[in-house]
Write a protein that binds this ligand. Structure first.
Ligand SMILES: Nc1nc2c(c(=O)[nH]1)N[C@H]1C(S)=C(S)[C@@H](COP(=O)(O)O)O[C@H]1N2
Ligand SMILES: [Mo]
Length: 412
């Protein structure tokens, strides 16, 4: 309680002293009239589908040249540094395609087939699917390769590129367990193959436990139909699991006894271990967090007060705690978690900071309701081995330099 009061007092004093311009009563009366007060605005018919302000046009998905030699098998990154709250606007959700985005699938012609070890093979139109009992859930989705470029040292300068293969949307659709009641999955079926209708014909094997737990088929994203690049008209959602398994443009679900050992679960999304074996089926995205402001793209405006904010998430469940360090992990302070906090969703955290203008090493560390604590980089490397490239959930360090710029560095 006294902490909060002290914070409010501090914040008020510093912002008044450092950031705000005082207005004398003489300057204030009358206030200058802005141009927007003097002309009629746009008509409602001018914007049948709304768009962002022209002053926000640099808030966009961005690509990295060395990852985009061929842009049909590539990735664009979410501008996390420009976002508030926990929902990623659909048009800013990172896009990762293996054979380009299938942009013109006609929902009237699209079909979903369920077959294999089921009592009844079924084919659904989109209208058939829309008749099922429907649910909406907010879930994060993270590419298994997010951060992978930084495993061997800080390489990417900017939170958009260190962490931007990440989005969090409200997905609406039908739970797979509900749909499967129609087909009657055989007790011998232990795995499900999901296939996309894109040029990559993305296929992944999913264990039946996940299928019957919280998997869903979504047709809406943030309240409107899926964006084409995110899987229109139908997408598999496997909450908390590597985004790669969340098959876009979903056209087929096959049930069987064994995994299919597809390309994306053998030559890709596996990693070799020192003993010559490979780590395979590493599905759950680990407990993780990152400070999104300040960050390289959002430097310090000057010494004094600034709220530090960021995002935390866990593929295992809910975020229960985020601690922030300003000295590279020596001392930690609990951040405030902002409601709502959903399971397997991004959680926004905030903590006040009074910057003395000296070099500082900012870190955040997330804890989830299963007791997982986000590891340091050294702990992660020890656990996963030197060949690791996927599922990098270690603590990120931002070095705030005396001139206010921010760099990505690796500490511990
Ligand atoms: N059909 C299909 N589904 C796919 C892919 C794909 O190329 N084709 N890419 C996967 C990968 S690797 C990722 S990281 C996520 C990206 O989802 P997004 O483009 O909606 O962000 O989709 C997955 N689902
Ligand atoms: Mo991915």
């Amino acid at each position: 309680m006294s902490g909060r009061r002290a914070f409010l007092r501090n914040a008020a004093v510093t912002t008044a002293a450092a950031a705000l311009t005082r207005v004398s009563p003489a300057d204030a009366a009358p206030l200058a009239i802005p141009e927007s007060n003097t002309v009629l605005g746009a008509g409602v018919n001018d914007t049948p589908y709304g768009s962002v302000s022209t002053f926000e046009h640099d808030v966009v998905r961005r690509t990295v040249p060395f990852l985009t030699a061929e842009d049909k098998s590539s990735v664009s990154f979410t501008p996390l540094q420009d976002l508030d709250g926990i929902i990623t606007p659909s048009g800013l959700c990172f896009v990762r395609d293996h054979g380009g985005s299938a942009m013109s699938i006609d929902p009237a012609k699209h079909r979903l087939v369920i077959h294999g070890l089921v009592e009844r093979s079924l084919e659904f139109t989109m209208n058939d699917l829309l008749r099922f009992p429907t649910e909406s859930h907010v879930y994060f989705m993270e590419c298994g390769a997010n951060g992978g470029m930084d495993y061997k040292g800080a390489q990417m300068q900017g939170v958009q590129f260190t962490h931007g293969m990440l989005h969090c949307c409200e997905w609406t659709g039908v739970k797979l367990s509900v749909l499967l009641n129609e087909a009657g999955v055989s007790p011998q079926a232990k795995w499900m193959l999901a296939e996309g209708a894109d040029a990559a014909a993305m296929t992944r094997s999913v264990p039946i436990e996940k299928v019957l737990d919280d998997a869903m088929l979504a047709w809406s994203q943030n309240g409107e139909r899926l964006r084409p690049e995110n899987g229109y008209p139908l997408r598999l959602i496997l909450p908390g699991w590597q985004a790669n398994l969340n098959v876009k443009w979903l056209r087929r679900l096959k049930f069987g006894r064994d995994p299919w050992e597809t390309r994306e679960e053998t030559s890709k999304y596996t990693e070799s271990l020192p003993n010559g074996k490979a780590r395979q089926f590493d599905w759950v995205m680990g407990t993780k967090s990152v400070i999104t402001g300040p960050c390289p793209e959002k430097p310090m405006a000057g010494r004094g007060f600034r709220e530090v904010t960021g995002l935390a998430w866990s593929g295992y469940g809910k975020i229960t705690r985020v601690d922030v360090s300003f000295d590279g992990g020596v001392n930690w302070k609990p951040a405030r978690l902002q409601n709502p906090i959903f399971t397997k969703a991004l959680t926004r955290f905030r903590i006040p900071w009074e910057w003395n203008g000296k070099q500082a090493l900012l870190q955040s560390r997330a804890v989830d309701d299963r007791g997982h604590v986000q590891p340091t980089h050294a702990q992660l490397l020890a656990a996963r081995g030197g060949n690791a490239i996927y599922n990098k959930n270690s603590i990120q360090t931002w070095r705030v330099n005396p001139n206010g710029t921010v760099d990505s560095v690796q500490v511990g």
